[in-house]
Structures are given as structure tokens and as C-alpha cells.
Write a protein that binds this ligand. Structure first.
Ligand SMILES: NC(=O)c1ccc[n+]([C@@H]2O[C@H](COP(=O)([O-])OP(=O)(O)OC[C@H]3O[C@@H](n4cnc5c(N)ncnc54)[C@H](O)[C@@H]3O)[C@@H](O)[C@H]2O)c1
Length: 341
């Protein structure tokens, strides 16, 4: 097992050397972790209970590989550096870092984490990709719970740099530091969530928007396509570089955020937004699904994924010379690849 120096963090050039990433459960997110690690020049050891999981993972890696080639590969990057094993315990024994991505169900996750923690050496960090479960509940009965942490990524994991690090009550400071260094080494943007809350930070924001979408479709206010246009042609372009707060600071003119709050404060008190999701009736589910299928316009999920990857890469590269958001991460990736070669 390679040694890891937790003191190494973001510096624009240093990296931590080669590692073996343990990927437990290889669905959409586990597969994404595998591709990110392989493109970083690491090995991957993986397990998933589905009978056709290995073939699916290899297919996933093949489909995603052109995207990471476009972003830039590290020395040693090789899509075939994957070993698929028969049990989660074998992953736990072989890996330098374990990233678990089982279905979002507390009982399933605890059962799996218990097996992994029983087999993993004490110094191996065990991370969960959960989108919103409380880490304190997941880690409570694990062996060496102090080395457990949430590392919540965003799909596609091999492109999007954000990862939320959420420590539980028993997670050690050392584990949080190691998580920062680990995800930084994977050329990500680690965001430590200070306070353990369900849904963490980013999904709370995304879900707030999604709930309003469901209400507006339910009430016949707009179609799924119109609601997507309402983001893609406007706020979405601003969000990629500046997020909501800095964007609104500018929308307030010279008065900045103070003026924005004075101007729109009264409207914020009006019940424009509903907070609670509407009932997911069959009609609403149909309206959402058929709306998205119409937007897909005959294109398969594979084709749409390719399109999504292409524009995400284009946005990251466009932001690079401006040094904003994900552009700064892309610059870091290129600097590290150059300094290593
Ligand atoms: N899809 C997303 O956009 C997204 C984003 C961030 C985080 N997550 C989180 O990542 C995790 C995985 O989500 P996903 O989208 O990859 O789901 P998925 O359905 O694509 O993959 C889940 C995988 O888990 C395997 N599995 C099923 N039962 C299992 C068990 N008992 N033990 C171990 N593995 C089992 C399945 O075979 C499958 O390969 C969830 O916690 C989810 O909340 C998802």
C-alpha cells in the first residue's frame, strides 16, 4: 500500500503519487469515481453485487474515457488499470482509499460499510458518496469510525470538480485533512460542510429548485423544456462562474447585495416559492418524464451524456483563462500534468 502524506494539499504542482482507489458499488457514481482515478494515473480495485457489473463498468469507462482525454490525462493514466474482485472485503484489503457508492438507503449503506470497515486496515479512510444521509448515523457502529467521512460528488464525477466533505460526530480532524488532500489530488474542489445536515449544501439548493419545477409543471405553468430554458439561457450561464450570491451582488448595481435585499426583500416574504414538494401523482410523473423525452428529441441517454460532457468540458475550458469556478481547477490540472512530465 502506498503511504499518504496528509500534509500535502493544494499547491498547483505537487501530487501524492500513485494510489489504488477502492470502488465499492460501480453504478453511475462508482463508475465515475473509477474513471476519475484512472485518468489521474491511479489503479482501481472494484466490486459490485450485480451479476453483469464488471462488463458494465468496463463499458462505462470506455464511454467516458474520451471526455477525460479532452481534460488531460496524468502520467500512467490507463483505462485498463482496473481489477474487479468478488467481495467488498477484497476491495477493503487492497485499497489505499475506499469510496463506497451503494444505493441511497441507510440500512444498505450501514450493512455494506460494516463489512468494509471490518476488513479495511485501520489507516484506510472509508468514504461514502451519499447525497444526503447523516454521516453520524452511518458511522455509529463501524470499526474505527473516526476514519469514516462523506465524500459527496456530482455527476459526472469524472468531470465535475465539486466534492462535499461531511464529517460525522466521530470523524477525526485527521480524516477530514486527509479527505481534503485526497480529493485535491484527484483535482477536485473539496468543500467541507461545517455542520452535518441532511442533504448537505449543494443538494439542498438543487432540490429547492427542483421542487419549484415540480409545482410549476403540476399547475400547468410551464413545460419541462420551458423551465430548462429559464435556466440555460439566463441564470445558468452566470452560475457556472459566480454562483448565486456574487451574481446578485452585481445585480444590485453599485449598492451590491445590500441594495438587492432592500429592493427584493419584500418579495422574498411573499409565498413565491412553495418549499414543500407537491404530491408525486402519476400524472405529474408522466408530465415530467414525457416532457424530458420530448426534449431529448429521439436522442439516447448515451448521446445526451456525450453532449453534456462536451459542453461541461467547453465551459470549464472557457472559464480557465478567466480563473473562475471550475476554470481554476482545469488550470490546476494542466499545471500539474505539465510539472509531472
Ligand atoms: N446519481 C447521482 O447523480 C448521484 C450524485 C451524487 C451522489 N450520488 C449517490 O451515490 C450513491 C450511488 O448512486 P448511483 O446514482 O451510482 O446509483 P446506481 O443505481 O447507479 O448504482 C448503485 C450500485 O449499487 C449496487 N448495489 C445494489 N445493491 C447493493 C448493495 N446491497 N451493496 C452494494 N452495492 C449495491 C448496484 O448494483 C449498482 O451498481 C447514492 O448514495 C447516491 O445518493 C448519486
Amino acid at each position: 500500500m502506498s503511504a499518504e502524506d496528509p500534509t500535502l494539499t493544494t499547491d498547483g504542482s505537487k501530487t501524492l503519487g500513485s494510489k489504488k482507489l477502492g470502488v465499492v458499488a460501480t453504478g453511475v457514481i462508482g463508475g465515475g469515481w473509477a474513471v476519475r482515478a484512472l485518468s489521474r494515473g491511479w489503479d482501481v480495485v472494484a466490486w459490485d453485487p450485480a451479476p453483469d457489473a464488471e462488463a458494465k463498468l468496463r463499458d462505462y469507462i470506455e464511454r467516458a474515457w474520451p471526455s477525460v482525454v479532452e481534460l488531460g490525462l496524468f502520467e500512467g493514466a490507463d483505462p485498463s488499470r482496473v481489477t474487479f474482485v468478488d467481495t467488498p472485503q477484497e476491495v477493503a484489503e487492497a485499497a489505499d482509499w475506499i469510496q463506497t457508492s451503494a444505493p441511497e438507503n441507510e440500512a444498505i449503506k450501514i450493512d455494506l460499510l460494516t463489512k468494509v470497515a471490518a476488513a479495511a486496515p485501520q489507516e484506510t479512510v472509508i468514504a461514502s458518496s451519499s447525497s444526503g444521509l447523516l454521516p453520524s448515523r452511518l458511522q455509529a457502529d463501524l470499526r474505527f469510525p473516526e476514519r469514516f467521512v462523506i465524500g459527496h460528488p456530482f455527476n459526472p464525477v469524472y468531470l465535475l470538480p465539486l466534492v462535499e466533505i461531511v464529517p460525522g460526530e466521530l470523524t477525526s480532524i485527521e480524516t477530514v485533512d486527509r479527505a481534503r488532500a485526497h480529493y485535491d489530488d484527484l483535482v477536485m474542489h473539496p468543500l467541507v460542510v461545517r455542520k452535518e445536515i441532511e442533504g448537505y449544501i449543494s443538494d439542498r439548493l438543487q432540490e429547492a429548485l427542483w421542487r419549484e419545477i415540480l409545482h410549476m409543471v403540476n399547475e400547468g405553468v410551464a413545460t419541462t423544456e420551458e423551465l430548462d430554458d429559464a435556466i440555460a439561457y439566463g441564470p445558468g450561464l452566470r452560475w457556472a462562474g459566480m454562483g448565486t450570491n456574487l451574481t446578485f451582488h452585481l445585480a444590485g448595481g453599485q449598492g451590491g447585495m445590500r441594495h438587492m435585499l432592500a429592493q427584493f426583500g419584500p418579495a422574498l416574504k411573499l409565498p413565491w416559492t412553495k418549499l414543500e414538494a407537491p404530491e408525486l401523482t402519476d400524472t405529474l410523473i408522466d408530465d415530467m418524464a414525457t416532457g424530458c423525452e420530448a426534449q431529448a428529441d429521439g436522442r439516447s441517454i448515451d448521446e445526451l451524456e456525450r453532449l453534456r460532457d462536451d459542453y461541461v468540458i467547453a465551459v470549464m475550458k472557457a472559464l480557465e483563462p478567466i480563473g473562475l469556478g471550475a476554470g481554476e481547477i482545469q488550470a490546476r490540472r494542466e499545471a500539474r500534468i505539465a510539472s509531472a512530465s
